[in-house]
Write a protein that binds this ligand. Structure first.
Ligand SMILES: [Zn+2]
Length: 256
């Protein structure tokens, strides 16, 4: 009997020693709750502002990537400031909405920054918009541009396209400051509600943050680059019913 207790004690000691050795001081990735980022591109400020009135009841949060800030009217700047005050994020999408990859084929990165990024940041800061994220127009990016832009922004966003296998999708946050979004615009070839549901279910099951993007938000679709309010409402209801979370793009900076 004594022998048996001795053997058990020895076994437990060895087990404990072995377990302790395995606890290497690996960098721990910060945990987060499953959720969704709803992002919006271009300059549909009036439409976004109206959609916010509809979605407020879900406690939602959006990230608005604004281009052509120099063409916006005073009342539109006021609307952006109000959205920002409510906890939504206002972010950059280029001053003139140039395709950065195309532009830098014939110009330097410095020329791109001076034409598209620096004046945009100057104006947005002047208006009191706190910009720390950027989305590439048309998703046109290169590694050199990524490196230059990450000196100005905490998170940058490209575009992800549909993959048949859910965990091959690029539209989930993966602890990187370069993220990719999936378009839920109504006429986008890869968009449909069953696919969106599949993406949401995957986020819920595997504790992921799904990154989506839209352009103009509308009641009824009349052309390309439009997302129906009811699609956004569908996402909001899913988040609420499944106790998931809304994130803005800059929130991701806390989980890198
Ligand atoms: Zn755009």
């Amino acid at each position: 009997m004594k022998n048996c207790i001795l053997k058990i004690t020895l076994f437990c000691t060895l087990f404990l020693l072995f377990s302790c050795e395995k606890e290497n001081p690996k960098p721990i990735k910060k945990a987060y709750k499953a959720g969704v980022i709803l992002s919006f591109d271009d300059a549909y400020v009036n439409e976004w502002f109206a959609t916010n009135q509809e979605l407020k009841k879900y406690g939602w949060k959006g990230t608005f990537f604004v281009c052509r800030i120099n063409t916006l009217k005073h009342h539109q700047i006021q609307k952006l400031l109000e959205l920002q005050k409510e906890g939504h994020e206002i972010a950059g999408h280029g001053l003139n909405h140039l395709n950065a990859a195309d532009y830098t084929r014939v110009h330097t990165i410095n020329e791109y920054m001076n034409r598209e990024i620096n004046p945009m940041l100057y104006l947005m800061d002047f208006y009191g918009l706190k910009v720390s994220s950027f989305a590439y127009p048309y998703g046109g990016r290169t590694k050199k541009l990524d490196a230059a832009l990450l000196k100005k922004f905490k998170i940058i966003r490209g575009r992800a396209f549909r993959e048949e296998i859910a965990d091959k999708q690029g539209c989930y946050f993966s602890h990187s400051n370069l993220i990719f979004s999936f378009s839920i615009d109504d006429t986008h070839n890869d968009f449909n509600i069953p696919h969106l549901l599949k993406l949401l279910d995957f986020a819920k099951k595997h504790n992921k943050i799904l990154i989506l993007n839209s352009h103009k938000t509308v009641k009824n679709v009349t052309g390309d680059y439009q997302t129906e309010n009811k699609t956004l409402e569908y996402v909001c209801k899913y988040i609420k019913n499944n106790k998931m979370k809304f994130y803005t793009v800059s929130n991701l900076d806390n989980f890198k």
